[in-house]
Write a protein that binds this ligand. Structure first.
Ligand SMILES: [Zn+2]
Length: 272
């Protein structure tokens, strides 16, 4: 039996033995939807680390640069579709096998595929909110506001980057006009947890409750380099819960894994 076939059989056995899974997903489940990921198989940054809250809040130019790139990237990111991995996990839930699905992704594709019990640990890129008055809006309407204020930028083309970002180097971002909050004139931010920002407590609590109600952990497409996801795996290990991971390359939790399947998520999950 070749390794891939025996890995898949082992994964199936793991799922059969543990009827209530806590599923934790990362960028690797969305790459098949055409969304690039941040890290290579060693868990190192492939590109410049993503935006931090400090940088975003720190100046008009940083926000102009962020929203200009986001506006161009959204033309594609705003229309991405779930892939076989998302659909397989939604099927697993519909069979009553998923206690909770926690995702580090901000693309909303698990919900789009039909998963219901989902914690979007890092928020959703299809929503924006005001940092001053907590006004919230949809990203599609915000896109129109960005485009109305910057018609000449809508003609630009760029390479897609992770999280709906796009590479737009050499542009003069001082020319880009970021609309203020329509309610109070404050700073509008995508409703996602930026790098270095804290995950809201309620989400962590809900995820922990889901973990306590599960009998095993399945990690899919994450190197677990980010603490916000890694902590659930360490908590599971402390409680003696079995942990399986599907990931191409190293994860930060390799030493804690009961089973490691080094296959693309879509291949492994679809086989379930
Ligand atoms: Zn506001």
């Amino acid at each position: 039996m070749d390794t891939r076939v025996s890995d898949l059989a082992a994964l199936r056995g793991f799922i059969d033995r543990h009827p209530r899974l806590f599923v934790l997903t990362g960028a690797g489940v969305s790459t098949d939807s055409g969304i690039p990921d941040y890290r290579d198989t060693e868990g190192e940054w492939k590109r410049k680390p993503p935006m931090t809250l400090q940088t975003f809040m720190g100046g008009d130019l940083a926000r102009a640069r962020y929203w200009a790139r986001s506006m161009v990237g959204w033309r594609r990111f705003g229309h991405v579709q779930p892939n076989a991995s998302h659909r397989a996990l939604a099927r697993l839930e519909s069979r009553g096998r998923v206690a909770l699905l926690v995702t580090q992704n901000v693309d909303g594709l698990h919900e789009a595929a039909g998963s219901r019990e989902v914690v979007d640990l890092h928020g959703r890129l299809d929503q924006v909110r005001c940092m001053a008055c907590d006004w919230r809006g949809g990203r599609h309407a915000w896109q129109e506001a960005l485009q109305d204020g910057n018609p000449d930028w809508t003609l630009l083309d760029a390479t897609d980057a992770p999280d709906g970002d796009a590479d737009l180097d050499g542009e003069d971002f001082t020319r880009f006009r970021v609309p203020p909050c329509p309610n109070c004139g404050g700073i509008v931010k995508p409703d996602v947890v930026f790098f270095g920002e804290t995950v809201p407590r309620a989400r962590v609590d809900r995820a922990n409750a889901g973990l306590m109600g599960a009998d095993a952990v399945l990690v899919a497409g994450s190197s677990l380099m980010v603490y916000s996801g890694y902590r659930f795996v360490t908590a599971a290990a402390r409680n003696g819960m079995p942990i399986a991971a599907i990931n191409l390359g190293r994860t930060r939790a390799d030493s804690m894994l009961t089973l490691k399947v080094e296959l693309p998520c879509a291949v492994a999950l679809d086989a379930l």
